[in-house]
Design a protein around this ligand. Structure first.
Ligand SMILES: C[S@@+](CC[C@H](N)C(=O)[O-])C[C@H]1O[C@@H](n2cnc3c(N)ncnc32)[C@H](O)[C@@H]1O
Length: 398
C-alpha cells in the first residue's frame, strides 16, 4: 500500500464546506496515512479521543502543529484575544490584583495561540507599572511558538525578552497567575453513548479509503464508571474530557500560591448533560463554518468540545485549590473594569472609539461570546475575592 494514498472524505450532511486546495488535501492524506498506520498497529481501530489527538497534535501533521492559518478572519475561528486587546487588558487587571496580594509572581499561559493575549497583557502590565517576574508560555505546537515569538517582537519588542517557552509544567513552587483561554476545549475527548443501560465508547476505523465511526464496549479505563456517575438516560450521546482531570491535578502539584483562570465555552454539568444536548457538544470549525463531522479532512479543521465546568471545579477542589468564582465572560470582563476602559476611550476619535465599542459588543453580548464563554477561577493562598467575579459570581450553578 502506497504511503501517500488519497483518502475519501464525505461532505457532512446538509452542509457544503469549501473544498480544500490540492496542497491541503495532500497534507490531510499524509495525516490520514499516519492515523491508518497507528490504527493497524492497534488492531484496526482507535478510540475517538486518540483519533482526535492525532488530528490535532500528531507531530508535524496535526491541525495545531502544522502550518495552516487557524486564527482570525483568514483562518477557521476567532478567539477573544484576536477580537480585541481589551480582553488581555482586562486579564492584566486581574493579574495585578493577584500579584498585589501575593507580593509579585510569574505569569504562565497555556496554549498561547498567535501570542496576541501575551502581548496585550504585557503591554498593559507595563503601562500600569506591574510587570510580572516572568511570562511563561507552555505551547504544544512548535509552529505556534514561532508565531508567538513574531507577534511579541512586533507588538511589544521591548518586553518580548521577558517571555520564556517551557517544555513542561514549571517545577512545584510556582507563584503567580496561570491563564488558559480556549485550551480545555482543544483537549481530546472520549465519546460515549448509553445503549440498553450500558455505556458504549466511540471508535474510528477505516472502511476502504474512508474513516468511519462505530460504537463498542468501552476500553478507556474509567470511562464507563465516569459516565454512569452522570446518571444519564438511554440513548444519550455525548463526550467526556478525562484528560482535563490529571491536567488540573498536575497544576495543583505545581502552583504553590496564586490563581488559575480558565476561560472557555462550556456549561455547568447539569446544563452540559441536559436532555436538550443529547447528542453532545462536539463541533468542528473550518473557514468559519461550524459542523459536527470530525472525520472531514483530518488535520484541516479544528475539532472541539464544550467544557464541563463542574467536572473541572471538582478536579480543582481535589487538587487542593479553592474555587474562587465562576461567571460568564461578560461579567468577568466587567468585573475587571471593562466599563472604565470604555469610558477612557475618546469618543472624538470616532474610528477607534467605534471600533472599541464593536469589539466590546463581540466579547460581551449574549448573542456573541458574552454568555457562551465562562471563566472559572481557582486559587491557593489568596484571601480576597478576585475582582473578576466582583460583578457576579455564579459558583452556585456548578
Ligand atoms: C483554540 S486554541 C486557543 C489559543 C489561544 N489561547 C487563543 O485564545 O487564541 C487552543 C490552544 O491550546 C493548546 N493546547 C491544547 N492542549 C494543551 C495543553 N495540554 N497544554 C498546552 N497547550 C495546549 C493548543 O496547542 C492551541 O494553541
Amino acid at each position: 500500500m502506497s504511503d501517500n494514498r488519497p483518502y475519501v472524505t464525505r461532505q457532512p450532511d446538509h452542509l457544503e464546506l469549501p473544498q480544500p486546495g490540492d496542497e491541503a488535501q495532500i497534507h490531510s492524506d499524509l495525516l490520514s496515512n499516519h492515523i491508518r498506520q497507528e490504527m493497524e498497529r492497534a488492531g484496526g481501530r482507535l478510540t475517538f479521543d486518540r483519533f482526535m489527538e492525532l488530528c490535532l497534535y500528531a507531530p508535524g501533521l496535526g491541525y495545531y502543529v502544522a502550518g495552516a492559518r487557524k486564527f482570525g478572519d483568514e483562518g477557521d475561528f476567532v478567539t477573544a484575544p484576536e477580537i480585541s486587546p481589551i480582553f488581555g487588558r482586562c486579564l492584566a487587571r486581574q493579574c495585578i490584583q493577584v500579584f498585589e496580594q501575593i507580593g509579585g509572581g510569574d505569569l504562565l499561559e497555556f496554549g498561547a495561540g498567535t501570542g496576541a493575549m501575551a502581548a496585550d497583557i504585557l503591554a498593559e502590565l507595563h503601562r500600569l507599572d506591574s510587570l510580572p517576574g516572568r511570562y511563561l508560555i507552555l505551547e504544544l505546537s512548535p509552529e505556534l511558538r514561532i508565531r508567538q515569538q513574531e507577534t511579541l517582537q512586533e507588538r511589544v519588542p521591548d518586553l518580548a525578552h521577558m517571555v520564556q517557552w517551557l517544555e513542561d509544567l514549571p517545577l512545584p513552587g510556582f507563584k503567580g497567575v496561570v491563564l488558559a483561554n480556549e485550551v480545555l476545549d482543544a483537549m481530546p475527548v472520549q465519546r460515549f453513548k448509553i445503549e440498553s443501560g450500558e455505556v458504549r465508547e466511540q471508535f474510528v476505523l477505516l472502511e476502504g479509503d474512508t474513516f468511519s465511526l462505530i460504537w463498542d464496549d468501552p476500553i478507556t479505563p474509567g470511562l464507563a464508571e465516569a459516565v454512569m456517575d452522570l446518571g444519564l438516560t438511554k440513548g444519550y450521546e455525548s463526550e467526556l474530557n478525562l484528560r482535563a482531570l490529571p491536567w488540573i491535578q498536575e497544576l495543583g502539584e505545581r502552583v504553590d500560591t496564586g490563581a488559575v483562570l480558565l476561560i472557555d465555552y462550556g456549561y455547568p454539568q447539569a446544563e452540559y448533560y441536559h436532555s436538550q444536548r443529547s447528542e453532545g457538544t462536539l463541533m468542528c470549525h473550518y473557514r468559519h463554518r461550524a459542523h459536527p463531522d470530525p472525520l472531514w479532512f483530518p488535520g484541516l479543521q479544528d475539532i472541539t468540545a464544550h467544557v464541563d465546568f463542574t467536572a473541572i471545579a471538582d478536579a480543582g477542589l481535589k487538587a487542593g485549590f479553592d474555587i474562587a468564582g465562576f461567571c460568564t465572560q461578560a461579567y468577568f470582563l466587567m468585573g475587571c473594569g471593562l466599563d472604565g476602559m470604555l469610558a477612557d476611550s475618546d469618543p472624538n476619535d470616532v474610528d477607534s472609539h467605534m471600533r472599541l465599542v464593536q469589539e466590546i459588543k463581540r466579547l460581551t453580548l449574549p448573542t456573541a461570546m458574552g454568555e457562551r464563554f465562562k471563566v472559572l477561577g481557582m486559587t491557593r493562598g489568596i484571601k480576597h475575592p478576585l475582582i473578576g467575579f466582583g460583578m457576579r459570581d455564579q459558583r452556585e450553578r456548578l
